[in-house]
Structure formats: structure tokens, C-alpha cells
Design a protein around this ligand. Sequence first.
Ligand SMILES: [Zn+2]
Ligand SMILES: [Zn+2]
Length: 378
Amino acid sequence: MSRRLREKYEDVDLTPGQGKGSATVSIFFGAMALLGALCFLMPELLTMPEFRAAYNPEVLRYALQVSIAISAGFGLYAMARHESPGYGLTGMILALTAALLASGRIEAPDIDSRGLYVGLDYFVLTLVVLALVFIPLERAFPKDRQQSILRKGWITDLKYFMLSHMGVQLISFFTVIPIQVFLHSVTTWDFQLWIASQPLWLQFIEILLVVDLGTYWIHRAMHEVPALWKFHAIHHSTEQMNWLASSRLHLLEILVNRFAGYLPIFVLGFAPSAVYAYLIFISFHAIFIHANVRFRFPVLRWILATPEYHHWHHSSEDAAIDRNYAGFLPIYDVLFRTAYLPKHLASRYGTVSDDIPEGIVGQFWYPFRSWGKGRSRQ
Ligand SMILES: [Zn+2]
Ligand SMILES: [Zn+2]
């Protein structure tokens, strides 16, 4: 997307009464409905087998119709109120196209789940659920009141979100699959049976302790080894924090993080239900700690990483540089002397000396182009 278009769609003032909010709602639900309708039309190619097993298509078909109605209704209102009716019209066209597609064949056939697929259903459903949870939460309890929902950089972050969700099979291919293939070739160890036989809540806590220790050191290395920092600098390039900023990660960092997370989980042999509970919980938590919310959590802030805690990790203030590496358990930062949690909240974010491009393609090449140049964060 060109710089001019970026300027047009980023940092938009959504003050009520101008029709801009309604246009945004209309286009969002229209686009989601259209993608949802495509999932129903081509489930073999566009849906994720593991995810598909977890939801009810009948409920989703109903949700699709509701999305079409929301998009059309808000689109109509935006056409009347917005200074340029094109936005509302775009939402209505998306809704109409979704309605036309959805009126076709939408029965999910018996699917051979071993083929190649794109996790479009995973992308659409997660995005809708997270938007419905986090946008109202950030509006009701904002840390930065001036920040728009369509803040600077949201388009880039949405592309990262799309990449990590739609590319789920590709990411698994490089992370989960090699570990599973390796472990299948060795016999089950006794300690794995013992670990999997423990109560689920205990396994859940053990996964948190083990994975967070590993990711603490990987994260620290990403900051302190200059060549690795160039990859991780992409995550830190966001200057306005919100829930979507959690998605901004270089593709190689996504692969390294997932591999490092799954390795101890599979080697130690935790029970699948404990692993699923952990994955759902930690995915939601990772998004929450980036959210533009002002909650302080007086005691909990030293036990679990909160938005306040991780916002300091993203701060560009001197005292906060290379602090708060723990993703979930601040105890690791306390033990290894990297904790920083002053009385006030962080307010300035971003990298200190890296000049990182705004688009996802430029950001992908950035570490390779700047390898060997400069030090870590300072
Ligand atoms: Zn970091
Ligand atoms: Zn972060």
C-alpha cells in the first residue's frame, strides 16, 4: 500500500456523528462476511482441519447472515452521514457479494484434511472475536485516550495477523511437525507418561514455568545479540500500543518462538488437553498485554505480566531499555535482574536508533539489509 493510502486509512478520527465509525464497522463486517462465505464455498482449501473440528458450521452460517445484516445496515447509515458516501457503499457491496456467495453451495463436504490449505476460517473467526473483545475494552478503559482504533501502523499489523493465521499450516510445517516426526522415531519415555498423568491444572502451571524460562532467554538474546535484535526490532517498531501490535513479529521470529515453545511441551509429553488450554490462554494473554488499557492490577503485576509490565518492555525511555523480557512470569526478570516496574505508566514506545520501514515487505528485508550495522537497542 502506498504512503498516500496509508495516510488516508491510518490515524482516522472516529468521533461519533461523522459516519466514519459506521463506515469502518460496515467495511469490517462486510469483508469478514465475504471471507467467511468463501470458506463455506471452498472448505478444502480455505479452512484449517484442527480448527474446523472445534466449531459448529450451523452457528457460523447464522453468524455470517448476522454479519451481512450489520454490514448493510451500518453501510446505509454511513452513506447518509459520511462526507464521502463511497465508504458506506464499499461496505454494502462487500455485504451484497457475501450474500450472493453464501446463497450458493455452503454444505461442508467430507474433506480430506491432508492437503494444502490456508487458515482463512482461523483468521476470520479469531479476528472477529478479538475485535469484539478488545475494541470495546480499549474504548472503555484506554491508557492513551487520544489514540484512534485505526492508529498509525494498524494496516501493517493486520497483515502480520493475516500471515500468522492464514499461514498456520506453513508455520506448523517448520515448527510442530519436525518435533513430532523426531519424537515418533524414538520410544516413549517413562517420565512422559508420569508427566501426562498429573492433574491438568498442575501440568498447565508446569508448561507456563518451563516455556517461559526458555522464552525469557531467547527473548533476551534477541535484544542483546545485535544480529538477532535486527529481527526483533520489528516487534518493537510499533509506536502506538494496542491489541493488534502483538501480531507484529518477523516471520523468522514467529518460527523460532513457536519452535522453542513446542519443543519442551512435546519432549516432556504433557497431556493434549493441558497443552490446548495453555495455548488458548497464552495466545489471549499475549494480545492482552499489548492492549491500550490502563488496568494496573496492584498485586498481580508482580506475579503475572500485565499490560503495564509489557508496555514498559516496549518503552523507548532509557531506564526501560532491555527490561521485562518475561512473557508471562515476572519472577524470571526479578531472578535475572531485568525487571522494571516504576510507579507511573509507560508513554513513549518504539525503537531508539533503528529506522524501520513501515510496510511488512520492507520489514521482512530489514534485518538482512542492516546485518552487521549498529548495536542492539541503544
Ligand atoms: Zn523485546
Ligand atoms: Zn510485545
